[in-house]
Design a protein around this ligand. Structure first.
Ligand code: GAP
Length: 508
């Protein structure tokens, strides 16, 4: 069985080889943690965004979409808390000169202890065979219990220090745990410092007249500052939501794992406004609804889990992550946060504008409460790449790499392939193509043997290949090949539209 590190390398190599993702400015040796999407990647990305948009905006009568600017008035970020508190704790190793996120060093240490627990479990499972009771083992084995206690104590110290902004406490924890720099192997650490993650730039032509602006680190604030505009012009009644997708920027210190943690990325966020007091019911509703969205793509439930936050941000009264099992373990894919009235109240205070709702039933005005759902488009893209990538050994002894994307999201829906480049087959294939491309992304290809062309379509995840042969000219039938089963069926050209639509349309 292939190990997960190699598997991840294969995915990233495949993403490049088949035009999904390229390193940004690659000819200049790239820009760290910034990526470009290629010809197939952009289709997949657009389809994910569209699937999210339809499910959130089109399928919910009380949710509307907006598209706000990346640049916002600088006070926005003061009000939201990003100027003062959007920080990561940094530490440098003096020997390797490498910079790390101090909390990530501690979390990696915890992950190593978790690995030890898993090794104990694997050993015991082998020893006891069918009689092995994992739950009992984990709750009674002295070594596992000791590891669990260590994890709890370390986690507790880390979260307490983070919460109290106790940078010395974090440094002490790193020293007490004997954490070494993975590059130099030394414990020669600097002090821990706070580092703001926002990128800044200047607006205005002269240095004196220029003002400092930030590139938005989240799309959410564009929604909050437009709450009143949308509520009034859309005559929205509570509860209602505002959705948007768009770029966000963070000067991430630990930028790694391909498109998992980027400096420029895209978010798909929705803020749902409601009467105060109703937020925890809506929080549960959105947790469940968002998980259903993920499962609707046909990805197994075992790939997902909730991680309810114990440590809450000062503005939240509940928060949970939907985690996905990436090749490097379960990691956050989406956040669902109950943000109370924190953002609207802060913007009211800083702008002097009343961001309220007049509730005709209660005959009173109040600041609505908010549930946020926030998912990274690039992370969802990576989740799909890791789910879809399959290496298969075929009956004839050959191998294929097939991207089993959910058909709705696949970059191309159908490839039209004339069996030969003669006898009028290309002309017939072009005729079919010009008809189908009105509704679907179609790929036309006539070069190479048909088997090779099938493999190329498998590698980019095209759900259907339609082959035009001599019989097509006689009776207007084609073969249609299913990507996953590789079964071929002969159908009339007039049926193609219906067969493909049934498989690729958005159903929710
Ligand atoms: N408005 C709330 C917010 O921005 P967040 O947990 O910081 O919350 C939400 O980000 C989502 O955005 C994450 O769950 C993740 O999918 C994505 N995300 C955050 N930082 C990212 C990064 N550096 N690269 C790629 N995606 C990122």
């Amino acid at each position: 069985m292939i190990n997960q590190e190699d598997f991840f390398k294969k995915i990233t190599a495949h993403a490049k080889e088949y035009g999904f993702v390229f390193q940004s400015s690659e000819i200049y040796d790239g820009l760290s943690a910034v990526y470009d999407y290629g010809q197939n990647g952009v289709e997949l990305k657009n389809n994910i965004r569209n699937y999210w948009w339809k499910s959130m905006v089109q399928f919910h009568e009380n949710i509307v979409g907006i598209d706000t600017a990346i640049f916002m008035h600088p006070t926005t970020w003061k009000a939201s808390g990003h100027v003062d508190a959007f920080n990561d704790p940094l530490i440098d190793n003096k020997d390797s000169k490498k910079r790390y996120r101090a909390d990530v060093l501690v979390e990696d240490h915890i992950a190593k202890i978790e690995d030890k627990i898993n090794k104990e479990i694997d050993k015991a499972a082998k020893r006891f065979g069918d009689a092995f009771d994992k739950a009992q083992f984990v709750s009674t084995n002295p070594r596992v219990l000791e590891y669990k206690k260590q994890i709890e104590e370390i986690g507790h110290r880390l979260y307490r220090s983070m919460e109290q902004n106790d940078l010395e406490g974090i440094k002490k924890l790193i020293e007490d745990l004997g954490i070494v720099c993975p590059i130099s192997g030394s414990r020669n650490w600097t002090e821990v410092r706070q580092f703001n993650l926002m990128f800044s730039t200047q607006m205005g032509s002269t240095v004196e007249g220029a003002s400092e602006l930030f590139l938005r680190p989240e799309t959410a604030q564009g929604i909050f500052v437009n709450y009143l505009n949308v509520q009034k012009t859309g005559r929205m009644k509570l509860p209602f939501g505002i959705a948007q997708t768009g770029k966000a920027f963070r000067n991430e210190i630990v930028a790694r794992q391909f498109i998992f943690r980027m400096r420029e990325f895209e978010q798909m966020e929705m803020q749902f406004f409601m009467r105060p007091g109703e937020e925890l019911n809506w929080y549960e509703y959105w947790k469940e609804t968002r998980m259903r969205w993920h499962l609707s793509l046909g990805i197994p439930a075992s790939k997902y889990r909730f991680h309810d936050h114990e440590k809450l941000a000062h503005y939240a009264n509940a928060a949970s992550d939907i985690e996905f099992e990436f090749p490097f373990g379960f990691k956050e894919l989406e956040g669902i946060h109950s943000r109370t009235d924190f953002d609207l109240a802060a913007h009211s205070k800083h702008s002097g504008k009343k961001l309220q709702y007049f509730d005709p039933e209660l005959n009173e005005s109040y600041i609505p409460y908010v549930i946020e759902t926030s998912i990274g488009l690039d992370r969802m893209f990576l989740a799909l790449l890791s789910f879809a990538y399959n290496e298969e050994k075929l009956e004839d002894g050959t191998e294929r790499v097939v991207m089993k994307f959910p058909p709705t999201l696949a970059p191309y829906k159908v490839a039209i392939l004339p069996l030969m480049k003669k006898d009028g087959l290309p002309e017939k294939a072009r005729e079919i193509m010009s008809d189908l491309k009105q509704d679907f992304m179609c790929y036309y290809e006539e070069k190479d043997a048909i088997g090779k062309r099938y493999r190329r379509q498998d590698a980019i995840g095209t759900p259907f290949c339609v082959t035009v042969d001599h019989q097509t000219l006689e009776d207007n039938t084609v073969t249609i090949r299913d990507r996953d089963t590789m079964q071929q069926e002969r159908i009339n050209v007039d049926e193609l539209q219906h067969v493909i639509t049934e498989k690729v349309k958005i159903k929710m």
